[in-house]
Design a protein around this ligand. Structure first.
Ligand code: AP5
Length: 222
């Protein structure tokens, strides 16, 4: 299965991509996570990206397009992949089309998580992430077993700098201006399906399972 998860910040793209990549045994490609990893190891790419990410701006198209093209040409992407947070501009969408044409790996589906502003703000302001392994939590929805500590690696949970309330509003503006037009871009290609990102995790997983079943996209173990 070759899938794009599209939607505003906090819609649940990363959370669902993690679940689906396990279920379908396919590669999860998150440009946000790739950039944060580059920052964790203080690479020049990470340090450059930080200037944009902390302000809620998009990293330049050329940078992320090159990252994704390289990642998708690796052997583990051949059986399928889930793109989370990419593409985010029309230019990135067109670049992805070219990359996938070259690899002869057309997209199966683009799932658009339509999400209300109220839900987005509550999810982002309550999100906490592990500073070490990047696992996501939420102060109300998905709490760790011990407050403030990652269940997986035992490190401290932190708030992403771009999840501060003063930055969230700007990220939403950037989304509306630069990313939302991709909804029509993929609708015109006949690839788009819309789900409600407002739903809780379980109900939304059930909606997605029904959708994949209907499209004949089945997990590797099925
Ligand atoms: P990125 O990391 O991609 O951030 P984003 O798109 O803003 O998405 P988020 O990670 O904020 O939200 P999400 O939809 O994944 O939600 P999540 O599942 O975590 O990008 C960060 C930055 O990197 C960008 O601003 C930009 O600077 C740069 N960048 C990345 N890609 C780029 C690109 N292609 N081009 C240019 N720049 C790029 O969920 C959020 C919270 O809600 C969590 O706490 C979770 O536990 C909870 N939650 C999730 N789903 C549910 C649910 N159904 N019910 C209850 N709680 C839920």
């Amino acid at each position: 299965m070759r899938l794009v998860l599209l939607g505003p910040p906090g819609a649940g793209k990363g959370t669902h991509a993690q679940v689906l990549s396990k279920e379908f045994e396919i590669t999860h490609v998150s440009t946000g996570e790739m950039l944060r990893e580059a920052l964790r190891v203080s690479s020049p790419l990470g340090l450059e990206a930080k200037q944009y990410m902390d302000k809620g701006e998009l990293v330049p198209d050329e940078v992320v397009m090159a990252l994704v093209a390289e990642r998708l040409s690796k052997p583990d992407a051949a059986p399928g992949f889930i793109l989370d947070g990419f593409p985010r501009t029309r230019r990135q969408g067109e670049g992805l089309d070219r990359t996938l044409r070259g690899l002869r790996m057309p997209l199966d589906l683009v799932v658009y998580f339509k999400t209300s502003a109220e839900v987005i703000v509550s999810r982002l302001s309550g999100r906490r992430v592990c500073g070490q392994c990047g696992k996501n939590y939420h102060v109300k929805n998905f709490r760790p077993k011990v407050d403030g500590i990652c269940d997986v690696c035992g490190r401290a949970l932190v708030q992403r700098p771009d999840d501060r309330e003063e930055t969230i509003g700007h990220r939403l503006e950037v989304y509306e201006e630069q990313t939302a037009p991709l909804v029509e871009y993929y609708r015109k290609k006949g690839l788009l399906v819309e789900v409600s990102g407002d739903l809780d995790l379980g109900p939304l997983q059930a909606v997605l399972a029904g959708l994949f079943h209907q499209k004949g996209l089945l997990p590797a173990k099925a």
